[in-house]
Structures are given as structure tokens and as C-alpha cells.
Write a protein that binds this ligand. Structure first.
Ligand code: URA
Length: 236
């Protein structure tokens, strides 16, 4: 027996929390009866439907993609731009863990494992994400300290981070800055630089927790090993 929200998320349609919303709103049917109790448990014999579709547990798939520029990391887009999901040939319905902007490149995970996705994107989990940002102008030491210690964005202080100048190109007047953050707020890195007046010209995510882009070119992906999946689970 397992909890209904866990079962739904393991079928790859959404996270556990989103499954709770489906249950509360009466969209889940077990053996022909609407069930809106969050604590409900199901066994293999039960037939579970969401919005009239019978759910089947999918084989779990886990991928690490080197996202190119000009690809969205949501699954739907009003103007039909290419999505990270289109770049991965998967048998199931994998979806991205967190987001990268349309013009941001680098590492992004995709999976149909709602439980893992939930663990990794939970705001309480301080998973390190390492970026290299190319910004206009010389990135001053004092500004690195300010951003590392935290600033107020949208009324909330950013968590401790690390901003370090890697290289300054005098000719083009641009700085390359290594950035480590543990949060995943919308456009966070760009907004932090913008706060001090720096324009971000390029942004690349080079590391997600212990995973990096080794061996991959832009647009390429690989499956995660069982060991890596277990390690991601252990970040709980
Ligand atoms: N921060 C940003 O500003 N953009 C991203 O894509 C990721 C982090």
C-alpha cells in the first residue's frame, strides 16, 4: 500500500504536492469513486484515474541535458518554441527539474520521478548550483561581497551565495564571474547582478549539486546512473 499522492507522482504526471491539489479538487477517482481524502492509500489492485484517465506506473527515467540557448525549460509554450523535453528521446513523459531561462545554457535534469523532482526543488533544500556569468564591465570586489552576503530581492533576503571574479577582459570590458547559489528563484542570478547595475550578457549553469557537464556538448544528454540517482535522493 502507498499513499495516493505518491502513487500519482510516481506515474509521472506531477509532483506529490500537485497530486494533493488534484485529490482535494475531486479530480481523482479510485475504483470508480471520487476520493478527496489526502491520507488515502492504494495498492496495485486499485484502479486510479485522474481526469478520466487511468494511471499506470511508469518506469523511472533520469537524464542530464546540456541545454542550448533558445530552448525553453517549461513543457508548454504559447508560441511553440523548442523545449528541453523535445531534446530528450524518452519513452515516458519526462519533465525538467526546475528552470533555466530561454537564453541560459548548461545543466538541467529531466525525469518522470515526481518524488525526486520534489525533493530537489523544495525551497528548504540547499542544493548548490554553480553558474558562470559573463557581465558587462569590471565586477568589483565590493560587489562580490555584497552579493555573496545577500541582498533583498522582491522583499526577501537572498541566502548566502558565492560570487567570485574569474577573469576580466579589458578589450571587451566584460567580466566572467563564478556564482554559486542554493536557491532557485526566478531569474535569480540575473536579478542579483542587475540589482547592482550589471547587465548579464551570458549565463551558463556548470554544476547542479555534484553533477556537471563532463563529456557533453551543447544539446547532448545522458542518462543518470543508479548511483547518481541514489546520491540525489540522499540530498533529502
Ligand atoms: N538565474 C537566472 O537568472 N537565470 C537562470 O536561467 C538561472 C538562474
Amino acid at each position: 500500500m502507498k499513499r495516493l499522492n505518491k502513487f500519482i507522482s510516481e506515474c509521472g504526471i506531477c509532483s506529490r504536492r500537485e497530486a494533493d491539489n488534484l485529490i482535494i479538487s475531486g479530480r481523482v477517482v479510485i475504483n470508480g469513486k471520487v476520493v478527496s481524502e489526502l491520507g488515502t492509500k492504494v495498492s496495485e489492485k486499485d484502479i486510479v484515474e485522474v481526469d478520466g484517465k487511468v494511471l499506470k506506473e511508469e518506469k523511472k527515467e533520469y537524464y542530464l541535458l546540456y541545454k542550448p540557448r533558445e530552448v525553453i525549460s517549461t513543457t508548454h509554450d504559447e508560441v511553440n518554441r523548442k523545449s528541453v523535453v523535445d531534446l530528450v528521446k524518452s519513452k515516458g513523459r519526462v519533465y525538467p527539474v526546475g528552470r533555466l531561462d530561454y537564453d541560459t545554457t548548461g545543466i538541467i535534469l529531466l525525469t518522470n520521478d515526481g518524488e525526486l523532482s520534489n525533493i530537489l526543488t523544495h525551497p528548504k533544500r540547499d542544493i548548490e548550483k554553480m553558474y558562470v556569468a559573463k557581465v558587462k564591465g569590471f565586477f568589483k570586489k565590493g560587489d562580490a561581497i555584497t552579493l555573496s552576503n545577500g541582498i533583498v530581492l522582491d522583499g526577501v533576503m537572498t541566502k548566502k551565495a558565492s560570487f567570485k571574479l574569474k577573469k576580466y577582459n579589458k578589450k571587451t570590458d566584460t567580466s566572467y564571474v563564478n556564482v554559486i547559489i542554493t536557491e532557485g528563484r526566478n531569474h535569480q542570478v540575473k536579478n542579483m547582478f542587475n540589482y547592482l547595475g550589471y547587465d548579464v550578457l551570458k549565463l551558463k549553469r556548470e554544476r547542479y549539486a555534484f553533477l556537471d557537464l563532463s563529456g557533453l556538448k551543447s544539446g547532448e544528454y545522458r542518462a543518470l546512473s543508479l548511483k547518481e540517482v541514489k546520491k540525489l535522493y540522499s540530498l533529502k
